[in-house]
Design a binder for this molecule. Structure first.
Ligand code: ASP
Ligand code: MG
Length: 408
């Protein structure tokens, strides 16, 4: 007998009919001779609606965080009851548990709490009594009993953390796609589903636009060595196995291509080249909690240089507001300029560590496709460029093709 943790996202439980289908799948998994813990998200749209209600009562973003968590936790609480009821109606023994009831303890950072401890004895007892356990994703409680939530998409984290805590044999993230693809199939129809991918590759793809799972949960899985499978809740096709890298995985140079639209570039020109200027710029931006991505600075021949960085286009106004007051401190003639309409293209693969010439190959492919590269940045396993947003699809296709990703 195996112990399996399954996680069903909001779309998979989005309607009563879908909840019944999920219940059927969970039951089949148990009937195949397994113990099952099923983590469920709020029904699609519910969390957003709850946030809208809070905003309507208090003004946008004004709700007290403690009460926000009490409110948001109700989304998952609805789904666990409905799923357990559906299973009971099918004649199966199932019980629902909130995060707190399942022994999930967190720190006190409301709306983005971190799991600090799980005491799964109660879960084991219920399983050993023949129950299916339906567990609310995305939530826990503090040691003094306050309800907390784990950040958007946090049901993934619940599943991974519970799988680690109960030492599950298998953790499956069931979603509305068949797995992790070499690229977004809406952009590159030849994109292929990957059989396997390493934690690091998935993290890099997630941070550069491939939205499959909450990144924190992948980090957690990496830290505690929890392999998991991303697969569809709508069919029985094998999914993508996410795991620690193995030697054989290094023979593939590029695992996938990610793209991210709606980016903007902020450039500060006339920056004096002496210690402390970059610190000032990014200190000011960090104070506004903005996510800054690619940072490019040129060497200065004259003691004056330019610094550029990218942000989401919706954050440009905030970035400009943060930088305007410190411009005079950066240089006598420092100016600032922002342009949107750019997108990021990344190629990701752990094989890059042991293969040379990957950047050259990527740039050659883009040049052949007539795509102009604006900014470039690299990590050990990723190369990212920015291009004009209207060329991003062509750029993705060219990179995908150049690295032979559509070949089986
Ligand atoms: N319901 C939460 C959200 O929408 C958690 C989750 O879906 O994983 O962010
Ligand atoms: Mg969700």
């Amino acid at each position: 007998m195996s112990l399996i943790v399954q996680k069903y996202g909001g779309t998979s439980v989005g309607t009563p009919e879908r909840i019944r289908n999920v219940a059927k799948r969970i039951l089949e998994t148990q009937q195949a001779g397994n113990q099952v813990v099923a983590v469920v998200s709020a029904m699609a749209g519910v969390t957003n609606n709850l946030i809208g209600l809070a905003d309507a009562v208090t003004g946008e973003g004004q709700a007290t965080e403690r009460e926000m968590d009490v409110l948001l936790a109700t989304g998952e609480q609805t789904t666990i009851a409905l799923t357990a009821m559906a299973l009971n109606a099918m004649g199966s023994k199932a019980v629902s548990l909130t995060g707190a009831q399942a022994g999930i303890e967190t720190d006190g950072f409301h709306t983005k709490a971190r799991i600090s401890n799980i005491s799964p004895a109660g879960v084991h007892e219920l399983l050993d009594d023949g129950n299916i356990v339906i567990l609310a994703g995305f939530q826990g409680k503090t040691p003094d009993g306050k309800i907390t939530t784990l950040g958007r998409g946090g049901s993934d984290l619940t599943a991974i953390a519970m799988a680690a805590a109960i030492d599950a044999d298998l953790c499956q993230i069931l979603t509305d796609v068949d797995g992790v693809y070499t690229c977004d199939p809406r952009v590159v129809p030849e994109a292929k589903k990957l059989d396997e991918i390493s934690y690091d590759e998935l993290l890099e793809m997630a941070s550069s636009g491939t939205k499959v799972m909450q990144s924190r949960s992948v980090e957690f899985a990496k830290k505690f060595g929890v392999p998991f499978e991303v697969r569809s809740s709508l069919n029985n096709n094998p999914g993508t196995l996410v795991k620690e890298e193995t030697m054989s995985m290094e023979s593939v140079v590029i695992r996938g291509v990610s793209l991210e639209r709606d980016q903007a570039k902020v450039t500060i020109t006339g920056v004096e080249d002496h210690p402390g200027t970059a610190g000032k710029i990014f200190g000011a931006v960090a104070e506004t909690n903005l996510l800054v991505d690619m940072i490019v600075q040129n060497v200065s021949k004259t003691g004056i240089t330019d610094i550029s960085f990218t942000v989401h286009k919706d954050d440009v106004v905030k970035a400009e507001a943060a930088l305007k007051p410190i411009l005079p401190e950066l240089g006598e003639n420092a100016t600032m300029e922002a342009t949107d309409g750019i997108a990021k293209l990344s190629v990701v693969g752990i094989g890059m560590r042991s293969h040379s010439g990957v950047a050259a190959e990527m740039f050659a492919a883009l040049s052949k496709a007539g795509v102009n590269i604006e900014m470039i940045s690299t990590s050990e396993i990723k190369i990212t460029v920015t291009v004009s947003e209207d060329q991003i699809d062509a750029a993705a296709k060219a990179a995908h093709e150049a690295f032979g990703l559509s070949e089986a």
